[in-house]
Design a binder for this molecule. Sequence first.
Ligand SMILES: Cc1cc2nc3c(=O)[nH]c(=O)nc-3n(C[C@H](O)[C@H](O)[C@H](O)COP(=O)(O)O)c2cc1C
Ligand code: SF4
Length: 463
Amino acid sequence: MSNDPLLQPYQLKHLTLKNRIMITSHEPAYPEDGMPKDRYRAYHVERAKAGVALTMTAGSASVSRDSPPVFNNILAWKDEVTGWMKKLADECHDEGCAVMIQLTHLGRRTRWDKADWLPVVSPGHEREAAHRAFPKKMEDWDIARIIGDYVDAAERMKAAGLDGIEIQAYGHLADQFWSPLTNDLDGPYGGSLDNRLRFTFEILEGIRARCGGDFLLGVRYTGDEDLPGGLTREDGLAISRKLKDSGLVDFLNVVKGHIDTDAGLTDVIPVQGMRNAPHLDFAGEIRAATDFPTFHAAKIPDVATARHAIAAGKLDMVGMTRAHLADPHLVRKVIEGREDEIRPCVGANYCLDRIYQGGMALCLHNPSTGREIEQPHAIAKAPAQKRVTVVGAGPAGMEAARVAAERLRPGAFRAGHGDLGARAGPRGLRCRAEGAGRRQRTAGRPWRARRHRRQGLGRALHA
Ligand SMILES: Cc1cc2nc3c(=O)[nH]c(=O)nc-3n(C[C@H](O)[C@H](O)[C@H](O)COP(=O)(O)O)c2cc1C
Ligand code: SF4
């Protein structure tokens, strides 16, 4: 058996996770009619087959009608979701991959003119900078109804055979209750920290009562809002301990920061040019303070950093989410000692930007992501041999040559410029990547060049 820290199994209550690498919840906006259909399933199954231990599906799957998705999310408030999630879970389970889902109510983090045009609700009237809806301040019956919606949605996921769920609590309704910046309620749900946490604990209690102890339950939450007047690091530590001491949850999935502005979102999901693993030590502090299963993801794009996170005891499960968008076969390559063949995520955030513009998450660097059915990652050999000459050695030309070489016999790679991978001219990628902030974007070039060498591709520069 391997002694790689990343490949050691992890016992999460009754569930054995086969290694320490997980995909954290992220909505690629692939649902059709709000349901995770074939494209969605194929995306997760591809990664399950390659060995990821746990996939946290969806991202912000909506539990209530008055939480209309701002991009194309799963509608977990509909009964028909159970059948679709069951198919997905069954196929991932067949590959030995555990499956959970993130459930949420967006609260004020949505728009009034979406779906049924219902009032946007929150525990205060404060608007979110990013989505700009004027929230209705929640009343008792809103609170009771939405708690019930979370419990019903969790029950649907249990019926679908999922291993568990996590409740989203950063920027969404759950932590809009937690944060003094957004909770303006009097009475049992406002004021003291315990009161502000009451909504979350009532959700967790309801889910436990309905779904039982063998359904795994966690919270993905901010341990420090990093905002004046918001939840502090001390609040985050107190909340972490309270979650553990409640006996209601099985894992903590920690993030740091706030997402009510685009700048805030970028600190939580850092992009190219920003430091790698910026919040790993913070997550490690929460693990040390609670001695409780701790998950975390934030720009841990490479295997070495992920290995360090586990080996140093900072995390129990390390999230490599965009890394899996870019290379779905990451874990298989680690297992087979082919780490240098992992296609790196270059951090350009094209995937995330696309969903905010109403599209599907596609990868700047891997055109098969999200197109697992019609454009598979594993490239089949062509039935007949042909000679292909690729003119141009930018990222597209290099990728075309790589794919052609997989399909066919190696040939000549004909480039129009003096170097592989990008134009040096004013509009070229290499020029635009000169600044340190963008250098990461060119990481695809050495990867493709290595692939070309292994494929025996010749090249003729200055052709
Ligand atoms: C396309 C996309 C959609 C995401 N949607 C969600 C979401 O709905 N809920 C959530 O908690 N995180 C979401 N995330 C954040 C990821 O779970 C993860 O925290 C983030 O990508 C940082 O981890 P990474 O550097 O390993 O990718 C999303 C990320 C991406 C790229
Ligand atoms: S689009 Fe960019 S950030 Fe997103 S997965 Fe692909 S390489 Fe990574």
